[in-house]
Design a protein around this ligand. Structure first.
Ligand code: ATP
Ligand code: MG
Length: 423
């Protein structure tokens, strides 16, 4: 029996992978414009990093982590998300001591969660995320949100909805927490066992429950916005006014809470509103986490970030029928007739490639007609034909595949000729 790919994972084959490369390039380039620099952290970390950094009442830690013991008896986990690792690195490498603050970072790479695989939900998926550490200026919140939206817009997505909320500071959250407990407690028996556990530990997360989302108490739950103290309110107002001044459209949704425990103040999600996108519409999630750096052993440092998966981004591009500008064809295909010409073809091919021109030849000893077919399959822009005549006259016959026009070109100027055609 052949060996199957693990559930919830996928191979990204040639033809598809170019989309990933393009997306990563667009995202990376925009990060550069926004002055976020790349950080690469290990794919596995000590399990404790996530129980502390993500929170042990979260689904991620309770149900979704791939944990294992290594041969030295250490408890390790495949990373389920990127923020905790970035913060661990920020603390361990004392990046808070750098002269340039805030520390603005981005990352991309595979994350692992033991989830029930379905459309848009994988067990291995690739996240792209950013973190800005060391500033509690609402302008940074607005910057991070506009960067996330900017990446999607640059890629051609239009049917997007940016939803924001504020979870307030510690004081606001405490008052809201009590109101939530009072609201749910009398009827908590009607909720799932997870929510019953959450009631005392982290009642905010009841609002994020996927099973009980239609319970009538959800719609009438006390809104965090009514519990924001003056400072938190002023912060939230500023974030909104910066977004407005940058022409970033958004809606405020007081029921939006993020799954992770360490969020405060700004929380946000970006959804796809494309028709037929499917049940899972959240493309990107993020928010501010002012207690996390300390939780992981560093000095008190505010932070904010987001993460999105490339899988859901590609699904959104497909739902909106956005075609990415990817040309996979070769610029020049060399067709050779006869042994001597073949040998010469190897040399010309090498020259083309050294000049950075994507080029190909036949390796299956095909007849001329079949070589032309192969050139078509490679979507060649130009086909260079070398036969005995051409060799004798030191020429190459260059055919423009779009127009059908043919030219005789001196072998010495062949590479320059193709180059000039391609600009
Ligand atoms: P969801 O509510 O869909 O489970 P989440 O709250 O667990 O999302 P986050 O932990 O905030 O998601 O991760 C941020 C982003 O990562 C999501 O908005 C989504 O784009 C992506 N993501 C999360 N889990 C998966 C997954 N299993 N497969 C693909 N993408 C994912
Ligand atoms: Mg999840």
């Amino acid at each position: 029996m052949s060996i199957q790919i693990p559930r919830g994972t996928q191979d990204i084959l040639p033809g598809e992978v170019e989309k990933w490369q393009y997306i990563e390039k667009v995202a990376t380039d925009l990060c550069r414009a926004y002055q976020y620099n790349e950080i690469r952290t290990p794919i596995f970390e000590s399990s404790e990093l996530f129980t502390r950094g993500v929170g042990d009442t979260t689904d991620i830690v309770q149900k979704e982590m791939y944990m294992f013991e290594d041969r030295g008896g250490r408890s390790l986990a495949l990373r389920p998300e990127g923020t905790a690792s970035v913060v661990r690195s920020f603390v361990g490498n004392k990046l808070f001591g750098n002269a340039n603050q805030p520390t603005k970072l981005f990352y991309t790479g595979p994350m692992f969660r033991y989830e029930r695989p379905q459309a848009g939900r994988y067990r291995q998926f690739v996240q792209f995320g950013v973190e800005a550490l060391g500033s509690e200026d609402p302008a940074i919140d607005a910057e991070v949100l506009s960067l996330a939206m900017g990446i999607y817009k640059k890629l051609g997505l239009r049917k997007l909805k940016l939803v924001i909320n504020s979870l307030g500071d510690g004081g606001s959250r405490q008052a809201h927490r009590e109101a939530l407990i009072n609201h749910f407690k009398p009827r908590i028996g009607e909720f799932c066992s997870d929510c019953q556990n959450r009631l005392e530990k982290n009642p905010l997360r009841i609002l994020d429950c996927k099973k009980d989302r239609d319970h009538e108490l959800m719609a009438t739950a006390p809104s965090i916005l009514d519990y924001l103290n003056e400072e938190s309110n002023a912060y939230f107002e500023k974030v909104q006014s910066y977004l407005t001044s940058m022409d970033v459209e958004f809606v405020v949704d007081p029921t939006l809470v993020r799954g992770l425990d360490y969020y405060n103040h700004t929380a946000f999600e970006i959804m796809s509103e494309a028709e037929g996108f499917g049940a899972i519409t959240t493309l990107c999630g993020g928010g501010r986490y002012n207690g996390l750096v300390q939780e992981i052993g560093g000095p008190e440092t505010p932070g904010i970030g987001f993460a999105f998966s490339i899988e859901r981004l590609i699904a959104a591009l497909e739902a909106e029928k956005v075609a990415l500008p990817i040309h996979q064809g070769v610029d020049c295909y060399i067709v050779a007739m006869g042994e001597e010409a073949k040998a010469y073809g190897v040399k010309l091919l090498h020259q083309l490639r050294e000049a950075g021109i994507s080029s190909e030849k036949d390796y299956l000893d095909r007849k001329v007609k079949a070589q032309f077919k192969s050139a078509d399959r490679h979507q060649a822009k130009y086909v260079a034909v070398i036969g005995e005549n051409e060799l004798q006259e030191n020429k190459v016959n260059v055919k423009d595949m779009a127009t059908g026009e043919q030219e005789e070109v001196a072998i010495d100027s062949f590479v320059d000729h193709i180059k000039s055609k391609l600009v």
